[in-house]
Design a protein around this ligand. Sequence first.
Ligand SMILES: [Zn+2]
Length: 329
Amino acid sequence: MKSLEAYQEFLLKEYSNLPTGRYVNLVIIRETESECIFRTEGSGEPLNRELVQAGIKNTSVIPRVIISKRKQTAVERRTGREMLRSYGLLSVSGSECMLNTNAPCEHCVDCWLYGYAVGGGGAQKSRVITEEAFSVLPAGQIIATKTFNALFDNNTMRHPVTREASTSINSSEYVKPGVHFVDIETLKDVTAAEMVYVTANILNSRRYGAISSKIGRVKNHLAAIVFSRSEIFSTLEMVQQLYDLLIEDTPELEHPLETARVLDQAIKAINILLPQVYGPKKVMTGEKLAAYFKEVAIILEDPRSFLETLTRSYPQPSKDKNKRKNDIE
Ligand SMILES: [Zn+2]
């Protein structure tokens, strides 16, 4: 890919199971577009929050809402798996690859990239590493509580036969629309094609948490891509640096923040934090990032051959067996 030519030293030419310390860090601003729960529905559990320092300079302590890493990757994996399944590439080994069962296929793109573990011993470490996503603003500004009535079949609060009033009323905390979360997804030792596959999953995932209802719309903005030869700053450092920059020109931050401003300041935050990362590194933003997105969009117009080539790039089921046989001999 033309847009990735300048970053070749941070990408693998072909899949290798030996780590070489090449990192592609996708800095994502997740913006809620509806009320979001990010909890198991109906569980009545409160949203996850952590007390952390607001900024790096600003040392006051605030509660931030967090989205668990499992919640995020599970959604993005499913997005990718739907695409693979639609082209018949989720049953490379003969039987359908099943998520969260004891029988991952061990041969599809999803298994190779996001990893799997089998009780019997086989395992592939995930090369998509995520942390918890943190809200930019404190919990008090972005959370509200809602009461849900459990309606009967006749859509009323009265039992259709006994006419008794329903007593099941649940309240749930939700994140308001227009809230921004910071998240960094790190891809370790991936090829350009694998990077495109994960990028597509992130950009195409629009619904997080509380899947069965009309809530949970999220828009993912890929603010920047940082290529590096060592681990970069954490998601928490990133959200704190961003917070410091935002309050510099608006001391009283209020929900909702303007998305364009959050994205601009996010890039500034990266540039402030990056000198602390030792070793080779390059940041992709602006026009270069737009050119990459354009190439990804063209691939996704008709992704069949791209996905087939990617699938074939891994050790194949039959050859794999021979290899194991050779190893034993
Ligand atoms: Zn699989």
